[in-house]
Structure formats: C-alpha cells, structure tokens
Ligand binder design. Structure first.
Ligand code: ADP
Length: 366
C-alpha cells in the first residue's frame, strides 16, 4: 500500500486548462473522494494518477516514487470504471483472474485470491457466470473483485456507481465502504454526487474549474465551508443564501436582511464579525435545519419571525418548507406536526449560532 502525492499538477488540452496546479497529499490507507460539478477536472486528475493521461507540469508520486513517466501497468494501481469494462466472453472468475494470469501467477495463488475476493463481495455463487447473466450491481461487484485480486498499492474509482439505480447505489456505497475497511488500500474515488462523497470519504476534495476549493473531512466541509462554492455544493437541500449587511443598533451588532427584518447576533458571532465593514455587501448562509418552527422557549442566538409559506414538502420524518425573502427562495426543515401548510403563515426560528457570513464579492466565508 502507498501514499499518493500531487505537486503543482497541471493538465492542459490545447486551449483548455483542465487542471490548474493541484497540490494533494493522500495518506496510506486513506479513502479520498474528488467531487465537483461536471468539467471541474476530477476525472482528468484521476486519469493522471492512473497514468492514462500525461501531465503537462508538476509531479505525481505513489509510495514516494515520482511516477510521471511510469506507464499505467507499472504503477501498481487498479481502476474501477462506471462501465465495468468486463470481457463478455469470460466468466466472472476469468474476468477477475485475467490480470493475474497475464502476470503468470501460480494457479493456486489465483484461486485463493479469487475465493477470498468473491467471499468479500458476496459473489461466490456467480463465479462461473458470464457478465450478461449478471445484474448491474453484480457486474459492479465483479469489477471491484478484479481490482481487489490484484492487491494493488492504490484503488482508483471513476464514478463507479453512476449506472446503477438510486437504491442500488446506496447499497453499493455501503459495500465499497465495507471492502475498504477490510483491505484498507489507499483509494481515490471520483464522483459528481456530494452525498456519495460525504458518505464514503475519510477526506473530501472539492474541485471547481480545475482547482481545489477545499479539502476536509465530511463534517469539516459541512460545518466549516471555506467558500461560497463549497457551502452551496455540500449539503442537500442546499444552504440558503440571503443578501444582508451588518448594522450597529444600540451598541449591538445586527444582521439586516430586509427593511423590516434584522436580527441581533449572538455574542460569539458578533465578536467574530466585529471587524467586517458595515458597507460590505454580504450574504447570510443558513442551512435548512437551522430554519425550523419556533418553539415556546426562547433560546440564546435563536431569533423568530413569521413567514408566508409558498410550498411544503412532507418527507415523513420532517417537512421541508419553502418561502420567499427579498426575492430569494428559502428552504427550512420543520417537524411534521408543526402545522406547516401551503400558502399559510408559520412562525419560524433561525439559529444564528450556526450561521455563515460570506463576502458577496469574493465568495469567502468570513
Ligand atoms: P470532470 O471529470 O470533472 O467532469 P474532466 O476532468 O473530464 O471533468 O474535464 C475537465 C475539463 O477538461 C473539461 O473542460 C473537459 O471538457 C476538458 N477535457 C477533458 N478531456 C479532454 C480532452 N481529451 N481534450 C480536450 N479537453 C478535454
């Protein structure tokens, strides 16, 4: 097993700079997910680690060795793709053993590795079938099995679950996590799905326009996003953003949302934002779970106001509510028994202890 390091890695295709100078340190055993919208450069980054794309500039190291000029087959990596790339005329066992047979591993060793991987992936009874006799989820398992039997230094996954239906994706996510807990091979996984990224990763790398926006554990990214992009990308329903500014009212720092709506900031927040210019155009970032039904008891840092609900969405365990403030659509999450109804007013509470304040011009979280 091995660590993977990227140093100032750049990839240019003619005019397009797909990857714009990436620094990344992936520890041995770590599960790192590259996530971001389509075209942000995540697949290109993965393919450069695999050696399937040349790098324009910078260095890539696997296990401490610079591999810039090492061909893919000599990098000791195994890649799992979304289209599985199984050989249709070979059985599951033959597909899984193909790489080992090419490398002339002893038959007994191949059998041991296939048995072990098949057990781990729960496909023991499928090893004599051909790919066309398998479901999508089973094919995905075989593709993973083929990677596991090679016992590589690094696993690379390129959107491996995007061809599966939603339910199977959730199940396979758990399978991949279990497999990683067992084999603990350093893993780099690419997806555009932030839920997949959050649920699988030790650390998530959020990419945008060929650059890394932020690297962190799922909880760090969720609770302490560094930029507007990360704040809006991670979390579903997404964080709400409202134009606002800071204002001093009777010696206390307030956040003003509309002519009629301003809230005093809790002391910790007031101290944090004291130095921010009162003239700056700002945005208040609030996650939907921090806009809830008002309770009978006042809590510090929680302010209430009345909103006219546009639409409500009962989800069972909670109800999502949507209302409009100064032209912005806001989403909140209330108890299903809170009495939220389409087109009716509801008294709401905003938890400013969990607010984010962003500079509108730079997108930085303050
Ligand atoms: P992602 O995986 O995040 O969707 P990619 O890494 O595939 O993004 O692509 C990043 C950028 O590089 C995109 O603008 C894409 O159009 C461009 N790109 C990718 N591959 C090529 C190529 N072979 N030739 C030219 N441009 C490419």
């Amino acid at each position: 097993m091995a660590d993977v390091t990227l140093r100032k890695v750049i990839k240019r295709y003619d005019e397009v700079e797909a990857v714009r100078g990436i620094d990344l340190d992936i520890a041995d055993h770590e599960f790192v997910v590259l996530v971001g919208p389509s075209g942000c450069g995540k697949s290109t980054t993965l393919r450069m680690i695999a050696g399937l794309e040349d790098i324009t500039d910078g260095d890539i190291m696997i296990g401490g060795d610079v591999v810039n000029d090492v061909p893919p087959k000599d990098r000791d990596i195994a890649m799992v793709f979304q289209n599985y790339a199984l050989y249709p005329h070979m059985t599951v066992a033959e597909n899984m053993s193909f790489g080992l047979r090419l490398k002339r591993y002893p038959k007994a060793e191949i059998k041991t590795r296939i048995d072990e991987a098949a057990r781990m992936l729960d496909i023991v009874e499928l090893v004599d079938r051909k790919p066309k006799q398998l479901s999508g989820g089973q094919r995905q398992r075989v593709a993973m099995g083929r990677a596991i039997v090679r016992n590589p230094k690094v696993f690379l996954f390129d959107e491996p679950l995007s061809n599966l239906d939603a339910k199977l994706r959730v199940q396979m996510r758990i399978e991949i996590k279990k497999v990683h807990q067992k084999v603990r091979t350093t893993t780099v996984y690419v997806t555009h799905d932030q839920v997949e990224a959050m649920t699988l990763a030790d650390r998530v790398v959020v990419m945008n326009h060929g650059r890394i926006e932020q690297i962190g554990t799922p909880n760090e990214l969720y609770h302490n996003p560094a930029t507007r992009f990360v704040a809006g990308f991670i979390g579903s329903p997404a964080m709400n953003f409202l134009p606002c500014r800071l204002e001093d009212v009777a010696g206390r720092l307030h956040i003003r949302l509309t002519d009629r709506l301003a809230f005093p900031l809790p002391p910790a927040r007031a101290a944090r934002y004291q130095g921010v210019s009162r003239d700056d155009k700002l945005q208040l970032g609030l996650r939907p779970e921090h806009i809830t039904e008002a309770s009978a008891h006042a809590e510090p840092g929680v302010e209430t106001f009345e909103a006219m609900l546009d639409v409500t969405e009962p989800m069972g365990m909670e109800t999502l509510i949507y209302f409009t403030l100064e032209g912005a659509q806001i989403c909140g999450r209330v108890n299903p028994n809170a009495g939220a109804r389409d087109g009716a007013p509801l008294r709401l509470a905003v938890d400013l202890n969990n607010m984010h304040l962003l500079n509108e011009a730079t997108g930085a979280v303050l």
